[in-house]
Design a protein around this ligand. Structure first.
Ligand code: IMP
Length: 427
């Protein structure tokens, strides 16, 4: 297999970082294609935790090419801080390349994200307040500033002036907040431009060359399927397309270059921010999942909402993304539960649904159809072979795979690289 997309099949925080890091061992290049510093994951190698927001997980390997594609929105300050943090831990980040077509997250995007969220009150999305939505808004409105513009001092100065005039009007007149001072932003960002310059190039061309040389390429999704602007629980979504199709658009390659798509699935479900969540738990089981799984946001520290695995959602995710395999993470978190439930379908007004409803009003009223499983009540974190898993754990996994309609590829039983059970070589 030459190229694989690894993406979140639920609402994010599935543990994609760990799976990408694991598969990156075999890859020649790792590419991020959407989102920005709203993402956050922790990769543990030799008991050292690396917190990544923008950098692809492949940066931990000095010999891989790491690409931030054109579909990513880049906060220069965050990426530079992240590079410096990695360098302080001995990771040089020499093979990082950033697309000249990626859009830049500027301080007014972040400010507007905060102001818009606060103004929405009880209707807020629950964003990470990283400026992602406002940056993608500018991209689509064709007023955005790309990395290539940032590197041309005159172009940046002109575009920043136009943007800042418009944004300051909104910031001061609509929200009554403090405006930005043009000269300050200009100087700060021209400074970042010089630090970023060595990393910037046409990353689509690098990928083309990699494919021509039969290199193995890993596409690393950020956020997840149900946070997709088109296919997620709109408007409680992010402002980009984390689904598989965007791996191509967001990195400047054609669809024929993709061989396989792997959906990362946490053995239960979590969500941060607002929006519908059919299998959400408000009881002791929910607390167990949150505390045992340390389910608190990497970027915001917010407690995550927790619930049973929704395998019906996964079936939809499988169709949307053409999933070939599932990578199940955090199965070990379920070790202490005597009974485990899995949602295998939805009922609405007494009828079993065939698909996930688009209407949030309907979704708010659907009832989950649960199947109950006996827990295994054993520590599985040191198991390395599928056949050595307790029979009840295998039953749970096999039913999950059956409802989703996708085979199992990987089962992860702990945060470390070696705590990984491989059923299928994916790269
Ligand atoms: P935004 O991407 O910051 O605009 O946030 C929009 C929604 O996506 C909110 O519900 C966030 O909590 C959620 N979100 C964004 N990034 C992530 C992520 O990496 N993991 C989980 N949820 C995320």
């Amino acid at each position: 297999m030459a190229s694989v997309i690894v993406l979140g099949a639920q609402w994010g925080d599935e543990g994609k970082g760990k799976i990408v890091d694991y598969l990156a061992q075999e890859a020649d290049a790792v590419v991020r294609y959407s989102g920005g510093s709203n993402a956050g994951h922790t990769v543990v190698v030799n008991d050292i935790a690396y917190k990544l927001r923008l950098l692809p997980s492949g940066v931990l390997f000095p010999d891989k090419i790491n690409i931030l594609g054109n579909g990513v929105v880049i906060n220069p300050k965050v990426v530079l801080e992240e590079i410096a943090g990695m360098q302080a831990k001995g990771i040089a980040c020499k093979n990082l390349v950033i697309s000249d077509r990626a859009h830049v997250v500027l301080p007014y995007h972040q400010r507007l994200d905060e102001l818009q969220e606060n103004a929405l009150g009880s209707h807020k999305i629950g964003t990470t307040k990283s400026g992602i939505g406002p940056c993608y808004m500018d991209k689509v409105a064709r007023v955005g500033i790309r990395i290539c513009d940032l590197l041309e001092a005159d172009t940046f100065a002109e575009k920043l002036k136009i943007n800042l005039q418009a944004k300051n009007e909104i910031i001061t007149k609509i929200y009554g907040a403090k405006p930005f001072i043009y000269q300050e932003v200009l100087e700060e960002y021209l400074g970042y431009a010089e630090q970023l310059r060595p990393y910037v190039t046409d990353t689509g061309v690098i990928l083309d060359e990699a494919f021509a040389a039969n290199k193995k390429v890993l596409f690393e999704g950020a956020q997840a399927t149900f946070l997709d602007i088109d296919h997620g629980t709109y408007p409680y979504v992010t402002s980009s397309n984390p689904t598989g199709g965007n791996a191509c658009t967001g990195s400047g390659i054609g669809p024929k270059n993709i061989d396989h798509v792997v959906g990362v699935v946490k053995a239960y479900t979590t969500r941060v921010g607002e929006g519908p969540f059919v299998t959400e738990l408000f009881d002791a089981d929910g607390n167990y999942l949150r505390e045992t799984g340390r389910e608190y946001g990497t970027v915001t520290g917010r407690p995550r909402r927790c619930g049973w695995l929704d395998a019906f959602m996964l079936r939809y995710s499988a169709r949307l993304n053409s999933l070939d395999y599932l990578a199940i993470t955090r199965l070990d978190i379920l070790d202490g539960l005597p009974k485990i439930k899995m949602c295998v379908g939805y009922k609405y007004q007494g009828e079993v649904l065939k698909r996930i409803p688009a209407s949030l009003n309907v979704l708010a009223q659907v009832e989950p159809i649960y199947e109950e499983f006996e827990g295994w009540l054993t520590d599985i974190s040191s198991i390395r072979k599928y056949e050595d898993l307790p029979a009840n754990a295998k039953k749970y996994l096999e039913r999950l795979s059956e409802v989703a309609g996708v085979g199992l590829g990987i089962v992860s039983v702990g945060p470390n690289r070696e705590q990984t059970i491989v059923l299928k070589e994916l790269l």
